[in-house]
Design a protein around this ligand. Structure first.
Ligand code: PAF
Length: 279
């Protein structure tokens, strides 16, 4: 596996590969890789000639400096895992390399980012869109793979690709869960044992919400799921929403043929986790 960290090197490589007519599959990540990422890497390999994975903890998308500082960084282990999975190129630039100057461009995704993650993490999607645009320019992928856990991120990136005419296909893969139902996330590494023990309650709340929506109106079903989570004092719910799975706008009722997503974000101590369920 080729391990590159400079913009000029990755550009040179991907230009060469494109000239050779190779199809490039790309998995952008922030590292601390888990089975969810590896599923994306396998899919990228399966459907392309060359697999590129980036590991870059993007400072521009963190609204909380502590979260950025404490984000798990285990590049050597990530590189080993990627090499084992048959990844061809790992791109892991330093922050100074990716941001030689502070970007002036600002993205506005309108109502898509005025809810949930966008509403609670000011500037987050601007940072995501900035780095993803840069990475798409550098890697020049034919396909780019993302996880459904970041459902709103995927919707924002779909809009980005559409608005800026990036010539690539976006692929979204389902959430990979631990045996007890907890959605895999790099942040799970930061959970203390007692927080980890209670973390599967988040998925259980989503499952309960799904069940309650079969008989109750949206507000009453949400109340039941919120009451369930309140039984666990370690969990501080930030939001629990029933939304249209594409526009991400809150739904007052379900069952009218619209695709529905149940989404939540919660703090366990300082660790913020998100999860969702598509109906
Ligand atoms: O989902 C992530 O890991 C990040 O938001 C991404 C897409 C790699 C951009 O930094």
């Amino acid at each position: 596996m080729l391990h590159l960290s400079s913009i000029s090197d990755i550009r040179q490589q991907t230009e060469l590969l494109r000239r050779q007519g190779k199809r490039i599959g790309f998995v952008p990540t922030m590292g601390a890789l888990h089975e969810g990422h590896l599923t994306l890497v396998r899919a990228a390999r399966h459907q392309n000639d060359i697999t590129v994975c980036s590991v870059f903890v993007n400072p521009a998308q963190f609204n909380n400096p502590e979260d950025y500082r404490l984000y798990p960084r285990i590049l050597e282990k990530d590189a080993q895992m990627l090499a084992q999975e048959g990844c061809d190129i790992l791109f892991s630039p330093a922050a100074e390399e990716m941001y030689r100057q502070t970007p002036r461009l600002h993205f506005d995704f309108g109502e898509l980012e005025q809810v949930m993650e966008g509403a609670h993490r000011p500037g987050h999607f601007n940072g995501v869109a900035t780095v993803v645009s840069k990475l798409f320019h550098l890697v020049k992928p034919h396909q780019a793979f993302f996880g459904q856990k970041d459902l709103q991120q995927f919707a924002v990136i779909q809009q980005l690709v559409l608005d800026l005419s990036f010539d690539l296909e976006l692929v979204c893969y389902p959430i990979i869960r631990e045996e007890d139902g907890l959605a895999m996330s790099s942040r799970n590494r930061r959970l203390a044992p007692e927080q980890r023990a209670v973390a599967p309650r988040l998925y259980q709340a989503l499952q309960l919400l799904r069940e309650k929506l079969e008989t109750l109106p949206v507000p009453a079903a949400k109340q039941e799921a919120e009451a369930f989570l309140q039984r666990f004092p370690q969990i501080k719910l930030e939001y629990l929403e029933v939304v249209h799975a594409q526009t991400l706008q809150p739904l007052q009722e379900v069952g009218q043929g619209a695709p529905v997503a149940l989404c939540l974000a919660a703090f366990l101590g300082e660790v913020r986790l998100i999860d969702n369920l598509l109906l």
